[in-house]
Design a binder for this molecule. Structure first.
Ligand code: MTE
Ligand code: MO
Length: 297
């Protein structure tokens, strides 16, 4: 799919220097092309700062504190890195990250991120559409879901030495969700390589779902016929469903999801209303036509 967008970045372009200098042009180009998806609410699409995005994180493999990932993820080895792609695909195998990146075009995508804990940010990711990767490995007709798995390496991931959740962290999407053009695999942030605390070297980003669906540091992608198990659903099935679409009308059993606290807004900033499908309803509501969203939460 290279060359589809006028502003496509090649991997060689995404050196910190080159991409950073070009960032303003890239972002302007992305907005002009409609890559900055969602309703026109200018304030909500001002990205959070690099510091905010890289110092307030959920990455339980490094601990449950918001600053644990920043403080403890530094020594995670992210090179070499391979992703095992298997299940119902024509060309299963262990794909080196460098080879995966050779066949895709990297783009900047400025997306809202809404955590199920009712805080939010706006993040300028660099990534590529998951559909491009899945099409390259060839999805077989019997595949209906995509399962993802995070690295399991307790020696470098201290949180994995405690039974916080069952390791490794696993997530999943329905195939049509995975193939949706908004669904990306991110490898960068603000035109730089992804910091370890944000899921280096490659993580999923699904902007219309609660943040926990966007699984970090992915080492395995498996196409399946049946709905795969997901970590937070296994942990508390009544609180976290498979779908986890952002929905201001369906509260978490222990708190409201109607509003959210924007990180970086300051102590006295008013909470902002949470948008249906996190602001991406025009693009994704059709995926759930006829479904009872309170039942499939
Ligand atoms: N492997 C793994 N992926 C994960 C998590 C995690 O603990 N482990 N936390 C999730 C949650 S709850 C959120 S809100 C986002 C946070 O992404 P960020 O730190 O890049 O903002 O990552 C998600 N992906
Ligand atoms: Mo989250």
């Amino acid at each position: 799919m290279a060359g589809r967008w006028r502003n496509s970045l090649g991997w060689s372009d995404v050196t910190p220097e080159a991409a950073y200098l070009n960032r303003r042009q890239v972002m302007a180009g992305a907005a002009a092309l409609g890559l900055v998806a969602g309703p026109a609410r200018a304030d909500a699409l001002v990205p959070n700062t690099w510091d905010e995005i890289t110092s307030y994180n959920n990455f339980y493999e490094f601990g449950t504190g918001k600053d644990d990932p920043r403080n403890k993820a530094g020594r995670l080895t992210t090179d070499p890195w391979a992703v095992e792609i298997g299940g119902l695909v024509d060309r299963p195998g262990s794909y080196d990250l460098a080879d995966i990146l050779k066949g895709v075009s990297l783009e900047e995508r400025i997306y809202r991120l809404r955590c199920v804990e009712a805080w939010s940010m706006v993040v300028p990711w660099v990534g590529f559409e998951l559909a491009d990767l899945l099409n390259r490995v060839g999805v077989q007709p019997s595949a209906r879901y995509v399962a993802f798995q995070t690295l399991h390496r307790p020696a470098e991931m201290p949180g994995q030495r405690s039974a916080i959740i069952d390791w490794p962290y696993v997530e999943g999407l329905r195939l049509d969700e995975a193939m949706h053009p908004l669904t990306i695999m991110a490898t960068g942030l603000y035109g730089r390589d992804l910091p370890n605390q944000n899921g280096a070297p490659i993580r999923l980003v699904v902007p219309w779902k609660y943040g926990f669906k966007s699984i970090k540091s992915v080492v395995r992608i498996t196409l399946t016929a049946d709905e795969p198990p997901t970590s937070w659903n296994l942990y508390a099935p009544r609180e976290y469903g498979f779908y986890a679409n952002v929905n201001p009308d369906v509260d978490h059993p222990r708190w409201s999801q109607a509003t959210e606290r924007r990180i970086g807004g300051g102590l006295f900033a008013p909470r902002q209303p949470t948008l249906m499908f996190n602001g991406y309803a025009d693009e994704v509501a059709g995926l759930y036509a006829g479904m009872d969203l309170a039942r499939f939460y």
